[in-house]
Design a protein around this ligand. Sequence first.
Ligand SMILES: [Zn+2]
Length: 172
Amino acid sequence: MHFEKDLGLKDKSVSLKEKLEQLNSSIEIEAFSLEIDEKKIGMFKESDVLVDCLDNFQTRYLLNEFSLKEKIPLIHAAVEAYYGQITTIIPGKTPCIKCLFPNIPNKGGMFPIIGPNCGVVGSLEAMEVIKVLTGIGETLSGKLLTVNLKFMEFETINFKRNEDCSVCSEYF
Ligand SMILES: [Zn+2]
């Protein structure tokens, strides 16, 4: 979605908006380039679904809490190198991100990512969004799909709520 000519000239959000509008001129896109914090996240209150394409757990936890508080479904996905993971959080029904990852994974600085992995995991995440919005098919709610493209392994793991979860316990 980003071309060489965009490098250093535009925010990623603006570059992405331009490409998506060229793909489909009938959709309306608003692009924001900002760091999400506890105040700014309120701008997503009217959303039908939240899509986590984040690169850090601090903001991911913030999005998780917002999803629960506002009862808005949240699709989580993350990628690193050949690995990817996806799950769907339905507030008040499924475990939350904090149940799954109670602590921020210990990572040092930058991590590698291979383009096609973003394509595969991003497409799977988009599929989850369509299923949540249409109600058609079975979502990954309560299930974590892991993808290891180095060995072409796809695995689905069922996970349960942490009864003592510091975040979602008050919503059950
Ligand atoms: Zn939880």
